[in-house]
Design a binder for this molecule. Structure first.
Ligand code: BG6
Ligand code: MG
Length: 215
């Protein structure tokens, strides 16, 4: 794609492995509601907003809940999730991330966060990366969830870069679609057999370099 003018990172599953904490919190809620929730089910919640995730969970359990009950359930899940992420530290940053961020800095390539999570600021502070991002766009500041491109377009805007010169890193199908809809070059992080539509794929950030993007 040529040298990128900016990079936008998804958070959960790209910078940190928080999926396990989301899974534990949703599973506990499912247990309390009286049905089983598996790791395979949890795949459907990746990249999906909190309320949409709850709706999928309730669909799996075959349950109907009122709006106020849903608010209570989502708050209960989030309270436990926040307890789990409140003890995270920099040791949970995924392999290759710090090295790649350093490389971007050396090349003067700014980078932003583009996450669906309302807990993104807390997580970034816990792992010591909050100050390093040139812009943070998260679930608190967007109105349309991925696969809508809003989160990434806002990131490009905040970095004053045209979308076509941005690279997105995403581990979720909805996020890859959002990045492509934004007109960006998308790198899928994970299994290319599971993630469709990205321009390139890596298993972990350890495989990524600026020169790979330049090619
Ligand atoms: C995404 C995660 O980054 O954020 C989803 O992949 C999660 O699993 C979503 O549901 C919303 O997170 P939060 O922290 O606002 O509940
Ligand atoms: Mg993700």
């Amino acid at each position: 794609m040529g040298k990128p003018h900016a990079v936008i990172f998804d958070l959960d599953g790209v910078i940190v492995d928080t999926a396990k904490h989301h899974f534990q919190a949703w599973k506990q809620l499912a247990d309390e509601l009286g049905f089983n929730f598996t790791e395979e089910d949890n795949e459907r919640l990746k990249g999906v907003s909190r309320m949409d995730s709850l709706n999928i969970l309730l669909e799996i359990g075959g349950l109907n809940k009122s709006e106020s009950e849903k608010q209570e359930l989502a708050a209960r899940k989030n309270k436990r999730y926040v307890e789990a992420i409140s003890v995270m530290d920099e040791s949970e940053i995924l392999p290759g991330v710090l090295r790649f961020l350093q490389e971007l800095k050396e090349h003067n390539i700014p980078y932003a966060l583009g996450s669906a999570s309302k807990n993104a600021p807390l997580i970034l502070k816990q792992i010591g990366l909050y100050e390093k991002f040139n812009a943070i766009v998260d679930g608190n500041s967007i109105s349309k969830a991925k696969p809508d491109p809003e989160v990434f377009l806002r990131g490009a805007e905040e970095l004053s870069v045209t979308p076509g010169n941005c690279v997105v890193f995403e581990d979720a199908q909805s996020g890859i679609e959002a990045g492509k809809a934004a007109g960006m070059y998308v790198v899928g992080v994970g299994d290319s057999a599971v993630l469709a539509g990205a321009d390139d794929y890596i298993r972990t950030m350890e495989e990524m370099t600026v020169s790979r993007l330049e090619k």
